[in-house]
Design a protein around this ligand. Structure first.
Ligand SMILES: CC(C)(COP(=O)(O)OP(=O)(O)OC[C@H]1O[C@@H](n2cnc3c(N)ncnc32)[C@H](O)[C@@H]1OP(=O)(O)O)[C@@H](O)C(=O)NCCC(=O)NCCS
Length: 246
């Protein structure tokens, strides 16, 4: 769900909380990166203006119920196009997971706050294609976004979700988020620790791996695209040969 124009007010004790390690505040260990799932090591790359079409295709493929969960209302195709057209790639950060055909199968939007009362805040939104759910991609995107947010100096991350959105709220809770339910809607916020050497190096490394993976997939796709007409030609010659013999 997204409404980056009206940023929630930071909770009154935000500064106190921000100085307290996440684990100590919530007395539980946030769930680590989806190491136990097949998503471990899934390449997640940042995506930019050149991916607008793929972003639109991914979002337009979401069913009404998923559009409702993602945006807080059943976004029409036109509203999705408007959302995609208005994405600000200079201000915000978007992340994507691509399949072999280079279709965008999961994406996250980390929107940085423009509110002077909440300058170190950001909001997270995510969607995973139906066929790719339950593999840990949602959680991995969340963790990728958290790392980037930390490295950009964000210390408070918001997630707006419908109260019925168990998957999203689970991801948030397991990351140590405080979830406040307000009827059909819930707001989760998680305090992020400051960036450190590890978060910076890990982000650089993961981005590099993801870009390499993306370019390899692009080359393979191109290779098959070149090969396909040749295959057709070969097939045509073979059929002509067999017709000639008969
Ligand atoms: C929410 C969403 C992103 C989750 O993506 P996903 O890749 O399927 O989630 P993951 O596989 O990372 O699962 C995360 C956790 O949620 C749990 N989960 C997944 N689907 C669930 C469901 N329908 N009900 C309850 N829990 C669920 C998983 O078991 C996992 O918990 P675990 O690690 O303890 O096993 C995806 O369902 C989606 O795109 N929904 C539509 C858009 C949306 O709701 N966006 C969020 C609002 S911004």
């Amino acid at each position: 769900m997204f409404n980056s124009t009206s940023w929630p007010k930071p909770v009154p004790d935000a500064q106190v909380l921000a100085a307290t390690p996440v684990d100590a505040r919530h007395h539980k260990t946030p769930k680590p990166i989806a190491q136990q799932t097949e998503a471990a090591g899934v390449p997640i790359r940042s995506i930019g203006v050149s991916h607008r079409e793929r972003i639109a295709a991914h979002l337009l493929a979401l069913e009404p119920q998923d559009r409702y969960l993602r945006f807080g209302y059943v976004a029409s195709d036109e509203q999705i196009h408007r959302y995609v057209d208005q994405l600000d790639f200079d201000r915000d950060e978007l992340f994507g997971i691509f399949n072999r055909k280079l279709e965008l199968i999961a994406m996250a939007h980390l929107a940085f706050s423009g509110d002077p009362n909440c300058i170190n805040c950001a909001e997270f939104g995510v969607s995973v294609s139906k066929s790719a759910r339950g593999r840990g991609y949602g959680r991995c995107l969340f963790e990728r976004a958290v790392m980037h947010a930390r490295n950009e100096g964000v210390n408070l991350l918001f997630i707006h979700a419908l109260s019925e959105n168990n998957a999203m709220l689970k991801i948030a809770r397991q990351a140590g988020a405080v979830v406040k339910r307000d009827g059909s809607e819930s707001e989760a916020h998680v305090h992020l620790p400051p960036a450190d050497f590890d978060s910076r190096m890990t982000e650089l490394f993961q981005e590099h791996v993801a870009l390499t993976d993306y370019h390899l997939k692009a080359q393979v796709k191109q290779f098959w695209a070149v090969l396909a007409p040749l295959q057709e030609l070969r097939q045509g010659v073979r059929s002509a040969h067999s017709r000639f013999r008969n």
